[in-house]
Design a protein around this ligand. Sequence first.
Ligand code: NAD
Length: 244
Amino acid sequence: MVEDIRERICDSKRVVFVTGAGISQESGIPTFRGKDGLWRNHDVMKLATIEAFYENPRLVWEWYNQRRENIFKAHPNAGHKAIAELEKYVDVTILTQNIDGLHQRAGNTKVLELHGSIVKTKCSVCDFKDEITEKFLEIPPRCACGNILRPDVVWFGEPLSEDIWNNAMSIASQCDLLVVVGTSLVVSPANRLPIYAKQNNATLIEINPNNTEMSSEMDAVIRNSSATALPELAAIFRNNTIEN
Ligand code: NAD
């Protein structure tokens, strides 16, 4: 199917990737809805909410501390690296739902973190924000104002930063090619980004071993893992650059 639209792919100057947990699965970071989706017998979907945090901030912080340690041990995989390579040939922006920072570590320079970052913290009350650079002395950690700090991530039911979301919508609306990778597209509003692109005549590709609710809207669907499919996509742009 990709062969059918090779010319449109090669003509694309502004390329956007909408990525989700699946792209980091081959780096050893579990997805939320996959078979590894349980942690200490807790439903992770119920740990990533403000209600869970206020009910048991220690448990939620322990979960994030463990996830952060795992993420620090992980490395960008061939999929992340292929998107980084694409910066040599085209204008690439990544709109990621991931909080793991692996796109930046792979070398991508334009990454919008729609759901925040696992290495950042913010006060649950005042405007204080900080990077997490060392182990906390107490859990939950406290802000200088006396209130507890929380991970600077967007939890289920919370709104995205207005600035980041407006920027993401505008970037998706102006691209020539939008590639959706490793996301179940069930989390709103990120799942609307392919629709904005399509309304503006962008070509849509999905890379996911499984079907999603938007698969039927795609111009091409690659039913493969991202660490296999993305290097193949990068090769199309590389060969096109060499030929021209
Ligand atoms: P999800 O867990 O709902 O869906 C993962 C998707 O990835 C599935 O559709 C699955 O078929 C696909 N997938 C699995 N392995 C893949 C592979 N090797 N290659 C390509 N695709 C693969 O994830 P989501 O849609 O990103 O939504 C979950 C939310 O959880 C997001 O908001 C995200 O912030 C958060 N989350 C982030 C991380 C991370 O930062 N790495 C990890 C888990 C969850």
